[in-house]
Design a protein around this ligand. Sequence first.
Ligand SMILES: C[S@@+](CC[C@H](N)C(=O)[O-])C[C@H]1O[C@@H](n2cnc3c(N)ncnc32)[C@H](O)[C@@H]1O
Length: 357
Amino acid sequence: MTSSTKSKSKSKKKRKQSSSSLLSRRHRQSISTTAKNSTSSSIPTPTSASTSSTNPLPSKLSRALIRSHHTTQKRLSQAIQQNDTNAISELTSELTSSGGLEAYQRASVSGQSSKRGGDSSKILVDWFAELGVPKPKAKHTSTSKGSSGNGNGNDDTLSRYRLLEIGCLSPTNAIHTYFPSSRRTLMDLNSLHPDEILKQDFMKFPVPKNADNGYDIISCSLVLNYVPTPAGRGEMLEHITSFMEQALERRQRRRSAAAAKDSKNKEKEDNWTSNFPSLFLVLPAPCVTNSRYLTEDRLQEIMVSMGYELVKRKLSPKLVYYLWKYIGGSSGVRNTKFRKTELLPGGKRNNFAIVVE
Ligand SMILES: C[S@@+](CC[C@H](N)C(=O)[O-])C[C@H]1O[C@@H](n2cnc3c(N)ncnc32)[C@H](O)[C@@H]1O
């Protein structure tokens, strides 16, 4: 072998270093034990998850694992599109040997530990307080008929609201205090808590037939960036929007029914309920601050074209959080197509994009 081919194969090896090699033996063991538990008939209990969250992986390691998982997933999706069977089997075994989705999820859970600031829905809880969404009362109010409420009917309204959380790792996220288990659907491609989180691909989850089982708020935190293709991200936003359409119709129906009963209803329309139905969307900040193909303005154009209006936004060094309320298709720009066009040229940018076809 010549020295140039040797160095080429060395650099190839370096590139191919999988996330499993980023883990110490201790962490590899802990992840594989957890993975084994979850695939065996014994269901991982909240205790097993909390064990992992009380012993979070070092943050550098969890970030490296997450990055490596995203890169391998993206390469796998390209290989699938190109029907490159060798690459598909190589990348699939790379994903498996690094612990797969489960290891990635454990690394993400580590990132959400209370020591590291908690889960992203803490921001939504702050926004609920700012918007005047009534704080959840003691447990019994959510199930008791004719809730005692606070005298203005708001608690009754909140007690009918339902949450859908896409890409959920824990059944004890901050926002869950507002939505007891009877009024929330938590789902993930892989459930770390099968009793409480549905193992479900959101893209195959239909809009409920009965509108009363629909959702008033959808949480999609750090999920859109998990979708490997720009067109897949556009499709996810469109699928979310079909739930929003149902929720908006339901809201309008309820309002007209209430208006028929109560002439003072006009007063109530201006309260916190006008922020629903809504979408809580969280992305890694560089997706909109340092991408060649997506800026915050472009994201806003996409969302407006789908019928959303921005209610809240927060940019932190790592993440960007949004609350979008759905107002429907009256903006006149619906069904606009968004292609992958270069908006910000420059060598050191990433390629994150959303394509709407
Ligand atoms: C980085 S984690 C985010 C978890 C959490 N929401 C957060 O904010 O930290 C992304 C999760 O989204 C899930 N996910 C990705 N695509 C999904 C889909 N189509 N349906 C359901 N879950 C999905 C993945 O399985 C993964 O657990």
